[in-house]
Design a protein around this ligand. Structure first.
Ligand SMILES: C[S@@+](CC[C@H](N)C(=O)[O-])C[C@H]1O[C@@H](n2cnc3c(N)ncnc32)[C@H](O)[C@@H]1O
Length: 426
């Protein structure tokens, strides 16, 4: 069914909000505030409906021509119809409203969203192998809302290094030593910031994995070792800004006496990213991460030995290092366990500095409960999902915490996603 609707505002997820003649709310994919559109209704529920724009009848001032020919087909970059220069203004509005709706509180007046490049920023991607043509690999991205695949030659949000890989990768190199290549094989790609691309696919022979999937990323003077098979942030050019904000928040906490330099606890630590970049400030560090491979990297990243700074080659990176005492007297413990389990079993009885960076789902309730019961009076919460962040904040507030600082990081331009950092204290 097609109807004509007026888009009132943008909501979480990047859709436009309109009202159907029967009063129900309709979330419209591709619609912008102030626009009048012909909308195809694609799903209807008792209280709301979903639709997609088939024609813009009255165009909004901030509408842009999508740069990518795969817009609307591939599953990414659904906000390309909004002018890049205006995206942050809209995201800020959406997040202020979102926070008020979920947490019943205003984001601080000085809430700021840090921005980087709108295109060519994404250093991590997952592609599907589609076979060979003229000795080169052909790749695709998963389609919007389906498991189908749309072929891709070039993607404007990927770094030049990743686009070069899409164009020039040869099956004879990528699948060296591999007898059979499964259909629909997904490959994780990771550009370390220098254009060197590490890659990983399920079933990759162990020796090839060591050779091809390991990466070293330079953040300031520090080298962080990682791997295309595990989590790592996907906007390396804006990442130092997040690190700076986290370091400032840590300093403020220690200076105010609300947190201490005796103990840093980095929960959901991945490869020990934040802990490694804060190591100079603490006497004792604990990283907690569920994924065993991440733990191995965390051990390396928090040891004294570092990857050679001017070489991207994993051959130059050290092997696993044992946790223990570093040269400057910082005691390091890398734990492989669910964060909620570790928190319940380990009593945090000093006002430690705590960083949490959970997946989209937010903090498991047991983890949140254990933090509230501990001696932690101040925490830094990094999140890639403002909805679960607002939900968790509301629970912390009930336990006496308040919001001291809120910053956003536009890590994913052309998409409705946003990275956030909150500092909470009681
Ligand atoms: C958003 S990533 C953050 C990683 C790291 N802080 C970074 O910036 O690179 C979330 C991490 O939490 C891990 N994870 C997910 N659920 C977990 C849990 N219940 N306990 C511990 N780690 C978990 C994932 O494996 C992933 O590495």
């Amino acid at each position: 069914m097609i109807c004509e609707l007026s888009i009132e505002k943008l909501v979480q997820g990047g859709e436009g909000l309109a009202r159907l003649p029967d009063g129900r709310v309709c979330f419209v994919r591709g619609g912008l505030p102030g626009e009048r559109c012909r909308v195809e209704l694609i799903a209807g529920k008792k209280d709301f409906a979903r639709g997609r724009v088939v024609e813009v009848l009255e165009k909004g001032a901030d509408r842009a021509q999508p740069k990518c020919p795969l817009y609307g087909k591939c599953g990414g970059c659904s906000l390309q119809h909004l002018d890049s220069a205006k995206q942050v203004t809209y995201l800020e509005r959406v997040e202020r409203e979102n926070f008020k709706r979920i947490a019943h509180e205003e984001l601080p007046d000085d809430f700021v969203i840090h921005q980087g490049e709108p295109w060519g920023y994404r250093n991590r991607a997952r592609v599907v192998y589609l076979g060979e043509r003229d000795g080169h690999c052909r790749f695709g991205f998963r389609k919007q809302e389906s498991n189908g695949v749309v072929p891709v030659d070039n993607c404007p949000v990927l770094t030049p290094g990743l686009n070069d890989f899409l164009k020039n990768a040869k099956p004879s190199e990528i699948f060296k030593g591999q007898k059979r290549i499964p259909r629909d094989l997904e490959i994780n790609l990771f550009d370390d910031g220098t254009g060197r691309v590490a890659y990983y696919y399920r079933g990759m022979p162990e020796a090839r994995k060591r050779e091809c999937s390991v990466s070293c990323v330079k953040i300031g003077a520090k080298q962080i070792k990682s791997d295309a098979s595990v989590f790592f942030q996907s906007n390396l050019s804006l990442l130092p800004r997040l690190v700076q904000s986290v370091r400032e928040a840590v300093d403020e906490g220690i200076a105010s006496g609300a947190a201490s330099d005796e103990w840093l606890i980095d929960l959901f630590s991945g490869v020990g990213f934040f802990a490694a970049l804060l190591q100079d400030k603490f006497k004792r560090i604990t990283t907690v991460e569920r994924d065993g491979l991440c733990l191995q990297y965390a051990k390396v990243n928090l040891s004294e030995v570092q990857c050679k700074s001017d070489s991207g080659s994993p051959d130059h990176c050290p092997g696993q290092a044992l946790a223990g005492m570093t040269k400057d007297g910082c005691s390091v413990e890398n734990v492989s366990a669910p964060a909620e389990e570790w928190l319940v079993k380990n009593v945090v009885d000093i006002p430690a500095t705590l960083i949490v960076d959970p997946p989209r789902t937010g903090l498991p309730p047991e983890a949140l409960g254990a933090i509230v019961k501990s001696s932690v009076n101040r925490l830094i919460y990094v999140s890639c999902d403002p909805v679960t962040l607002a939900r968790d904040f509301a629970k912390f507030r009930t336990a006496g915490f308040s919001l001291k600082r809120a910053e956003g990081f536009a890590f994913y331009p052309q998409t409705p996603h946003l990275e956030m950092m909150f500092v909470l204290a009681r």
